[in-house]
Every structure is written in structure tokens, then in C-alpha cells.
Design a protein around this ligand. Structure first.
Ligand SMILES: [Zn+2]
Length: 444
């Protein structure tokens, strides 16, 4: 009797413990800050109404793109675009170059530099080995890299998934040894159509890769020596998409593509397109994939077994999901968020307001009635309305100013864009750098 009583209570005790643990895991801030209940909003008001205005297209998130350039950097943190601007879908063109690097790549890079735009290079491993300095240059100048297999040999690549996989891994290692960076973007030699079956698509995705075909073919590889005027024509005719991925080549023998490039760029510039690099975070990246064809399905290639998938493919995804720290140097203060403590939303770094303010040693209170977060900075104060996203700053002896910056309420936590909260508290961001381990933001 006593014993069973004890067992039941032990079970209860364990259950309660587990629930507590779960609660702490779900609301990590709750345990740390007892004042956090100020944020306990019972209202069921939909958060979507708050973030509805945020339709800014995904900004350049690619670490390759962030290393060298300074202007897109601050855009990452920016959320001050006018409402009108965010509501208009931005036309974007992604220029892509396959089969390089080659002797022609320098010229391509010069042209891109002349126009001050960026592109994506789907490189071959064996060419990276041959011309490491060109890959380094591309990365340093803010371009993105993708993986286009090691040797482009269709017979090897399409006799089954595992040889394809080996070449992707080999190329990845080569890129990494030259640049120190991983890329998860993959373009199939010859495109996926007729080559990829469901196994190729599924396993690459499970391995953490993003496969990208194109929706505009410049036709520069349909045969040898296609003249520049034909390339221009194919790259600029019947363009009816707002998001355009143009296929071009910078491998050997593509001198005509180099000749055609300035005119192709001018065409898209004149049509109001912005130029960007492909990034894994790009929404609807999969819309640039071709569908599996009947002929590819009919190829009856050997399928990798479950054990091979479990050892090779599944653990691979961790390569790309491992978390970066977000380090902030604010004046003399250095502080950080671990991976998972901040988030990236539509190209912006979002941070939990209360934790952020704690790190900066600034007091924040919650006005339950008006659903306002009130940040008290001595002479100045800032009010953020959860319902409207209005940020009102009150400075001593000046009229208050209000601007609209979307925020998000998730559970008990109010998330705000990092750039805005830094600026609003008098710490305008100066620079942002990214490497494999961390984002590093310097602010006034
Ligand atoms: Zn190719």
C-alpha cells in the first residue's frame, strides 16, 4: 500500500518535472525574468495583422554575398522601406553562370563590377581546382557560388544517384578548401529535366541542398559558338516573370556570352529589375526547378539503399543548419545571441525585445491595457505598439516621432528587427560581417 502510494507519487512527480522542463524549454525567458509576465498577453488578436505589411522580398542572405560588400549588408537589417515600396513586388533577375571558372571568368567579373551588380556562379570542382584565384575573386566581390558537380560528365552523373552525390561532395570540399565556405545550392549539369528522377530531388533535399534550374535560357550552350546577338535575343525575349533566373555559361568557349553580357544586363536594368544572387533562403526557390520527366523516371537506375542514405545523406543536412552566433558590438559593450535565440525573418534579423534590452541594460515595461512595450532610456523613451507596429520615440523637448516597423508577437515574446531597435535606442549599425561561425554587428 505504502509502496504503491509512493510509486504513484513518483510518477506524478516525474510528470510534473517533465512538464516544468517542457515549459522552460518552450519559454526560456520565463525562467530568467520574472517580470516577463508583463508580456503575458491573453488577447488572441492575430499576429498576422501586425506583420501583414511586411512583404519585402528576401534580401541577400547569402554569406558569400555579405563578406565583401557593405551596402547590401545594412539592407539586411533594414526595415525602413516605405509601405508603398514593400507592397510592390520587386522585379529581380538572378544572372547565373555555369561550368566555370575559366579564363573568361575574369572578364565576366569585370563586367559585373562595372555595373555594380552580383551574380551566381555554378562552378565545376575540377575548374575550381584549376582556377582557385578566380573563385576567391568572385567571393570577395560579393558573388554567390553554387555546386555544378565535379566534372560535368553526364554518363557518370546520371547512371545513379550515388555517383552524382560523390561529385557534389567532392566539389563542395574543393570549394571549401579554396574559399572556406559551404554552398548548398546545386545545379544539375544539363539541368534536371531528363536527368533527375524523384530520388535525385528527394535525397538532395534531405541532404540539405537546394536544386536550382532556370526560367530563362540564354541559349549560349545549345551548340558551339552561338553568336552574341542570338544569346542577347534568347536572354531578353518573352520575359514575363518578375523573378528571372537566367542561364549563361562562363566555361571555356563561351566568348560570345561575355560579348553579350553588357547588353543583357542593360536590358534588365532598363526594365527595372534589380540584380541579386541566389541564396538558399530565397522563398520559392523550388519554383525554379523543372518537373521530373517520364524519360527520367523510366531510366531504372540503381537506387541507394536505406543504410547508404542513413549514413551519407541524412547527417549531411547538419552541414547547412548548424547555427551561427549573433555577436553585437554596441559601443564598448559586446554581447551575443546563440543560434536559435534570434531569428531571420524575410531577410531581417529579429531579436526578442526583452532579452535584447536586458543585454543592453535598458529597462522595458509592458503597458497591458494599450499593448505597448515601453522602453525607458532616461531622457528618451520609446513605445512600441504590438497592435499597429507603431514605434513612437519621445525625446526631451522635441515633438514625438512615430514610424511603422512591423513586429511579431510569438507566445509571450515580442520580436523586433535588430536594426530598428539599435537605431531607436541610439545605436545606429555601422557594419555587419558574417562567417561560418557568426554574424558580427557593430553599432555606435
Ligand atoms: Zn553545365
Amino acid at each position: 500500500m505504502i509502496k504503491s502510494f509512493f510509486i504513484i507519487n513518483t510518477q506524478k512527480f516525474v510528470l510534473v518535472l517533465m512538464m516544468l522542463l517542457l515549459a522552460v524549454l518552450m519559454f526560456p525567458e520565463q525562467g530568467k525574468h520574472n517580470v516577463n509576465q508583463l508580456f503575458d498577453i491573453k488577447s488572441t488578436q492575430s499576429i498576422s495583422t501586425i506583420s501583414k505589411g511586411v512583404s519585402t522580398p528576401m534580401r541577400d542572405m547569402n554569406l558569400l554575398n555579405y563578406q565583401a560588400t557593405s551596402s547590401p549588408t545594412l539592407e539586411l537589417l533594414s526595415s525602413t522601406k516605405s509601405q508603398a515600396e514593400t507592397l510592390l513586388p520587386q522585379k529581380t533577375v538572378y544572372l547565373t553562370f555555369d561550368d566555370g571558372p575559366s579564363k573568361l571568368t575574369d572578364e565576366v567579373l569585370d563586367i559585373l563590377k562595372g555595373f555594380n551588380i552580383h551574380a551566381t556562379f555554378f562552378v565545376l570542382g575540377e575548374q575550381v581546382k584549376r582556377f582557385p584565384e578566380l573563385v576567391t575573386r568572385a567571393v570577395e566581390e560579393g558573388h554567390a557560388l553554387g555546386n555544378h558537380s565535379y566534372n560535368h560528365n553526364y554518363e557518370e552523373l546520371y547512371k545513379g544517384f550515388s555517383p552524382f552525390w560523390s561529385q557534389i561532395k567532392q566539389t563542395e570540399e574543393t570549394i571549401r578548401s579554396v574559399t572556406g565556405l559551404h554552398t548548398s545550392l546545386v545545379r544539375a549539369p544539363g539541368g534536371t529535366a531528363g536527368h533527375f528522377d524523384d530520388t535525385y530531388f528527394t535525397l538532395l533535399k534531405e541532404g540539405g541542398y537546394q536544386v536550382v534550374d532556370w526560367n530563362v535560357d540564354s541559349g549560349d550552350s545549345k551548340r558551339r559558338g552561338v553568336p552574341a546577338r542570338d544569346i542577347i535575343k534568347d536572354a531578353t525575349t518573352n520575359i514575363n516573370n518578375d523573378q528571372v533566373v537566367v542561364l549563361m555559361h562562363d566555361g571555356n568557349g563561351h566568348e560570345e556570352t561575355v560579348k553579350a553580357l553588357p547588353e543583357i544586363i542593360s536590358y534588365y536594368k532598363d526594365k527595372g529589375y534589380k540584380f541579386d544572387v541566389l541564396t538558399p533562403e530565397l522563398p520559392k526557390l523550388e519554383s525554379f526547378q523543372f518537373k521530373v520527366t517520364k524519360s527520367a523516371r523510366a531510366l531504372q537506375r540503381p537506387q541507394p539503399n536505406e543504410e547508404w542514405i542513413a549514413t551519407n545523406v541524412l547527417p549531411n543536412a547538419a552541414l547547412f543548419t548548424h547555427g551561427k552566433r549573433l555577436v553585437m558590438e554596441i559601443g564598448r559593450l559586446e554581447t551575443d545571441f546563440k543560434h536559435g535565440e534570434y531569428r531571420i525573418f524575410e531577410g531581417r534579423i529579429m531579436v526578442p525585445l526583452r532579452t535584447m534590452m536586458d543585454k543592453m541594460d535598458v529597462s522595458v515595461k509592458w503597458d497591458v491595457k494599450n499593448k505597448l512595450a515601453v522602453i525607458d532610456m532616461g531622457l528618451n523613451s520609446l513605445q512600441i505598439s504590438v497592435a499597429t507596429g507603431d514605434w513612437t520615440s519621445n525625446k526631451k523637448e522635441t515633438a514625438s516621432q512615430t514610424k511603422n516597423v512591423p513586429v511579431q508577437m510569438k507566445g509571450n515574446t515580442l520580436w523586433v528587427p535588430l536594426r530598428e531597435i539599435l537605431s531607436a535606442t541610439g545605436h545606429d549599425p555601422i557594419s555587419i560581417n558574417v562567417n561560418e561561425e557568426e554574424w558580427r554587428i557593430r553599432a555606435l
